[in-house]
Design a protein around this ligand. Structure first.
Ligand SMILES: *Cc1c(COP(=O)(O)O)cnc(C)c1O
Length: 424
């Protein structure tokens, strides 16, 4: 199909898009933003809410605001996240970071399964997840072994390989539901069943899945999970993460950090530790109110739009984008580094090119006066095109491909340095 045909198609799809009105909920700043899988956009409502929170609640009400507003914020936000990930309200805790929550839950699982000594993960998992597991082995569980699976085609982790790796000595299977580089998506229920057949626990990292695909933690019988709120959920830079512990496991697992907010009665100020019996057991500290408040606003938009509708648009957008990539970019030397099967894919698409880093730079800082386009780059060659259906249009995707074609034609990328600097 010609570029003009794709353009008319994009216009038509945008006109029929029922989620299009949600674009206006976010601050628009004259860039085409395809990086919502790394840092989500700013919801307009967050500006107003934070302003009120700082000046009125903190400024005027001071410590009285804890009882008036803040003590209920974490639980209310957790209950809303629970709806998005198919869990019960009392199975989710909001706070700390993804890495810290992963550490707490992996430690708890390994401690609980002391008689078993193997952990299964994969080499394309997010680096922090692998570091946390390696650190636990080095510092706490010396006799344990980390079994790291490799993807077959650079993208797919075969179910058969997992079947071979998981055995009666497996304590924990720790995987990202959607992989950050390729967007490959595991079948959560199938793999959880497989782990359970051997008495292993599952710990899912939902960072690239939450807000991107419908998640069914309860229906999958998942044991443990962690996830990020500053990506698709638009919670703001460094916003706290969440964790999930299945109800029946909560009283059996121990938080390695005994802190006052995991105590049954923190405000008794008792010198003796007494572990909370519910999800609060996995908390640590005073809730970070200023950074939890925008999470609630981000999640509210998802609940209003409906995760099923969001996924339907994400699928249609990624199919549209893939068709253009196959038709127009593959002949220019690009390689598709995400699964072609939509059932195995989250909401971003990776394309590879030996000049990927400089092409990504040319997209972000155009020399022809065109609108900047912001995807991101992941070494060695991946340009990740993140699709956030709440604010991305079909036209955004069309313009991105058109611009890449122009960059290739003019070799504009050659004006950029090959040296990797900062966050890209
Ligand atoms: C973004 C991301 C993280 C982030 O971890 P932090 O501790 O919050 O910085 C962790 N895991 C995965 C899979 C991610 O995509």
């Amino acid at each position: 199909m010609s570029t003009t045909n794709y353009q008319s198609k994009a216009i038509e799809l945008d006109e029929n898009d029922e989620l299009a009105p949600f674009r206006d909920r976010f601050v628009n700043n004259n860039v085409i933003y395809l990086d919502g899988n790394s840092l989500g956009k700013l919801p307009k409502k967050s500006i107003e809410t934070l302003q009120h929170l700082v000046t009125e609640q903190w400024g005027n009400r001071l410590i009285r605001a804890w009882n008036e507003h803040w003590l209920s914020l974490s639980k209310r936000t957790a209950a809303k996240i629970a709806q998005l990930v198919g869990a019960q309200a009392d199975e989710i805790f909001v706070g700390d970071s993804t890495s810290v929550n992963l550490y707490k839950l992996a430690f708890a699982a390994l401690h609980f399964q002391k008689h078993k000594s193997e952990i299964v993960s994969d080499s394309t998992n997010f680096p922090t997840d692998l570091y946390v597991l390696e650190g636990l082995i080095k510092n706490n569980f010396n006799a344990h072994k980390l079994h790291i699976l490799d993807p077959k085609d650079g993208i797919t982790i075969l179910e058969d390989d997992l079947r071979k790796a998981i055995n009666p000595n497996t304590a924990l299977v720790c995987l990202s539901h959607v992989l950050y580089k390729s967007a490959f998506m595991f079948d959560m229920k199938k793999i959880t069943d497989l782990a359970h057949q051997h008495g292993a626990l599952t710990l899912w990292d939902l960072s690239h899945a939450t807000g991107a695909v419908p998640i069914q933690l309860n229906a999958s019988n998942a044991d443990l999970a962690v996830g990020c709120t500053y990506k698709y959920l638009n919670g703001g830079p460094g916003a706290p993460a969440f964790l999930y512990v299945r109800k029946d496991l909560q009283a059996q697992l121990t938080n390695p950090i005994w802190a006052w907010f995991s105590h049954q009665k923190p405000f008794d100020f008792s010198p003796n530790y007494s572990e909370s019996i519910d999800i609060q057991r996995f908390a640590t500290s005073t809730p970070t109110i200023l950074s939890i408040a925008p999470i609630e606003i981000g999640v509210d938009v998802f609940l209003e739009a409906g995760m099923t509708n969001i996924r339907a648009k994400s699928v249609q957008q990624s199919q549209f984008l893939l068709a253009m990539i196959q038709d127009l970019l593959v002949p220019k030397g690009f390689h598709i580094a995400s699964p072609l099967d939509v059932a195995q894919r989250g909401s971003h698409i990776s394309i590879q090119h030996p000049e990927g880093y400089r092409i990504n730079k040319a997209l972000i800082t155009p020399s022809d006066g065109s609108t900047p386009i912001i995807p991101d780059f992941r070494p060695p060659q991946n340009i990740r095109l993140g699709i956030a259906p709440l604010y991305n249009s079909y036209m955004d995707l069309y313009q991105c491909v058109l611009r890449i074609l122009k960059i290739m034609e003019t070799k504009e990328y050659e004006t950029h340095s090959k040296e990797l600097v900062g966050v890209s």
